[in-house]
Design a protein around this ligand. Sequence first.
Ligand code: C2E
Ligand code: MG
Ligand code: MG
Length: 558
Amino acid sequence: MSDVSPTRIDPSLAKTATRLARVGLAGLVLLPPLLWSAAIVMVEQHKAIGQDAPNSHWLGLDMFEWWSISAVALTSVAITLSLWVFVIQRPVHALHKAERRMRVLDKRDALTGLPNRAGLNLALELALARWRGTTRKVGVLVLDVDRFRLVNDSLGAGAGDQLLRSVASRIRALVRDADVVARIGADQFAVQVAGITGVAALDVMARNLLRTFEAAHDLGGHATVTSLSIGVAVQAETAETADGADALLQCAELAMREAKAAGGSCSRVFDASMRVGDNRRLELDQQLRRALREGEFVLVYQPIMDASGERIVATEALLRWADPQRGMMSPAEFIPVLEQTGLIVEVGGWVLRDACRQGAKWFARGARSLVVSVNVSPRQFADTGFLASVKSTLTETRFPGHLLQLEVTEGLLLDPSPETLRKIGELVVCGVRFAIDDFGMGYSSLAYLKTFPLQTLKIDRMFVKDIALQPRDAAIARAIVDLGHGLGMKVTAEGVETAEQFALLRSLGCDSLQGYLFSRPLPVAQMQELLDRPDAPDPDPEARPGETHREPGLIIPA
Ligand code: C2E
Ligand code: MG
Ligand code: MG
């Protein structure tokens, strides 16, 4: 494996080379007259001792004088040339090389020792100049570490740094020595590959990189698997637009974002249509800020049923964006942008307030045990104001803390920072419950489960989807139910769409179920109607004596 840190050029070396070059230059100027004077002296001495050759007195010089002068002149030319090559040309050339290298290396990232974005730009400019006018091209791969923030948030900044160093080494080990590897953003790397004939070479490289990342990184005893989203761009493919280093890099970044949007762990080659997508993303960010200001976000609520499928025990608040132009937008389309820009902290705060306000209204109308479940993104949880914001929301809205459930992802709980532990601990004291959303899709470590007083595991709908067809999925679901129950937790199955899935999950012992079979996410008014039905959701039989129960399966059309 090659070393990540490139060797540093000693600045004193460059100074020595400059001095040598000056001495060489002085020599070049002074030596010919010196040698010439030596020749004249020799001839004069020759004449003085009276060795006069009888023939060829051309220009007053005899043959011997001619030979002497020619020999000295030739020697002077030879010495001059050698001086030029060995004393001046070589150090000056070396100096230029060293200077160019220093200019690249001085623009380095302190954590990995790799060139940073400015260093890569410079290297790209040099490479583009070097291969200009030839059939060979310069290409760039931009690599983004998928879910890096999750590792950073859950394992701490130290582990994050360790992961970045490990990623850098892995990339460096896979590319050629001549390729430039740079760190161009927090969790973004780039590889410059010069002298290639086309994109095929980069495609192979991208695939090899993706394969290399299937193996786990050892972060101080924690085996952590990360994947990459890779964008590829080649000078030829970006001919009209990418004549400079910046533009080429931009194209590779656009392609990388396409790979990310496709779910990560894949690569995409740049094509011109991607520019449209990028502009759209920028536009989206602006529109989302406006949406928050203008109140265009709304919450819909999806009922969560008890094991019989008859009674609503909870409801999950799910975010929607009522865009005036495009209509109702699904969170899958805009939550990644909110996460990227950090706007999720503000939007998440709004979600929490709105859900608690609504929960308090339902509570006041008699739904005394209806749990309201709210999704919390890792970035929102990590925010320093998160704990205070949950507490003040509960106080302001008067929603009982024990009816609020926060859905967090596994990444947050895996070897958490003391800060995460403190936040969870304080919220649990307030009665707030925690559910692990999409359980089974994240990490292989289960050790964190014994650390926290968590209430619920939500089986990811990926395992529910084929549960009736795939015995392996059924086995995983069973294992999750047993694990949850073994730890004194409740288990909710998500994405229940068919009666068959429902029957199976019930037989496995799931405590509650959520999915289109029971209800799609509903606007407040419709959720209200469901709650107002005589059979749901009041859990307190004393409160409504004599009421009859509905038939199982609360199936509500989309
Ligand atoms: P999630 O928390 O796992 O939410 C469940 C998602 O599954 C919802 O998608 C829901 O509509 C969908 N779903 C429910 N039942 C079924 C079913 O039977 N079949 C299928 N195919 N899907 C079903 P939705 O509303 O599009 O939300 C997607 C994800 O967006 C959520 O996944 C959650 O991770 C995120 N999200 C939604 N609202 C918020 C929010 O307010 N804050 C944060 N941070 N994330 C949110
Ligand atoms: Mg959820
Ligand atoms: Mg989920």
